[in-house]
Design a protein around this ligand. Structure first.
Ligand SMILES: CC(C)(COP(=O)(O)OP(=O)(O)OC[C@H]1O[C@@H](n2cnc3c(N)ncnc32)[C@H](O)[C@@H]1OP(=O)(O)O)[C@@H](O)C(=O)NCCC(=O)NCCS
Length: 183
């Protein structure tokens, strides 16, 4: 599976991405509001290996894309896509961009490509993302894509030792069709 944009290529994570994946995913600022923070390079490597079996055809599973610069293939982040448990057209995603590459519009570009593919090719009905409300960068990203906040669950998730709030942003196919990308 491969998606391309003006500046990016989204494809499979490879074993030689392990150093870079570990480097940015273990950064405390990056991991602050996320459920997964690798504690070693080996854990990042195991995660990549586990993705070898990942497929769009496995219900209720996560498919993790590498986000690369199209110029030289540098890994700059990753994007996880949850395949619905039942074929109900409802997808979830989460995205991470390495700090050194943040603020360049890469997350927006990658998610726009993902949404286009989900709505046009996979015939998605609804796409959502789940974030910690303190994660202002993520909320800004999701709003900039036309997603709307539709739920705020108080202290509903345990991340490490902490109970945290969970905010859901979503977009329906017909709403996406009215955004700049979908038009
Ligand atoms: C959230 C994240 C992916 C954004 O990546 P990015 O490449 O820096 O985002 P972009 O440059 O594409 O910015 C997209 C929009 O969000 C806004 N934004 C991004 N970072 C922001 C910040 N720190 N504060 C306020 N707004 C911000 C941008 O202004 C932009 O809006 P605009 O298009 O209206 O100008 C990145 O900060 C990150 O990886 N955070 C850590 C991982 C994480 O918590 N992921 C959450 C899972 S959904």
């Amino acid at each position: 599976m491969e998606l391309t944009t003006t500046r990016l290529r989204l494809d499979a994570l490879r074993e030689n991405d392990a150093d870079m994946l570990f480097h940015y995913r273990s950064d405390p600022e990056v991991a602050r509001y996320q459920g997964w923070r690798p504690v070693s390079r080996d854990e990042a490597s195991d995660f990549i290996a586990s993705q070898e079996r990942a497929s769009l055809d496995i219900p209720d599973s996560w498919l993790q894309f590498a986000i690369r610069l199209s110029t030289d293939g540098t890994l700059i982040g990753d994007l996880g896509l949850h395949i619905p448990a039942e074929a109900d057209g409802s997808y979830e995603f989460g995205i991470t961009i390495a700090p050194v590459h943040q603020g360049n519009g890469y997350a927006r570009e990658a998610v726009q490509a993902l949404l286009t593919w989900l709505f046009l090719t996979l015939d998605a009905r609804r796409v959502h993302a789940s974030i910690d409300p303190r994660n202002l960068a993520s909320a800004a990203l999701l709003r900039s894509l036309g997603m709307r906040q539709e739920a705020h669950f108080r202290e509903s998730l345990k991340v490490g030792d902490e109970w945290v709030d969970d905010v859901i942003f979503a977009l329906l196919a017909r709403e996406w069709a009215l955004t700049d990308t979908g038009r």
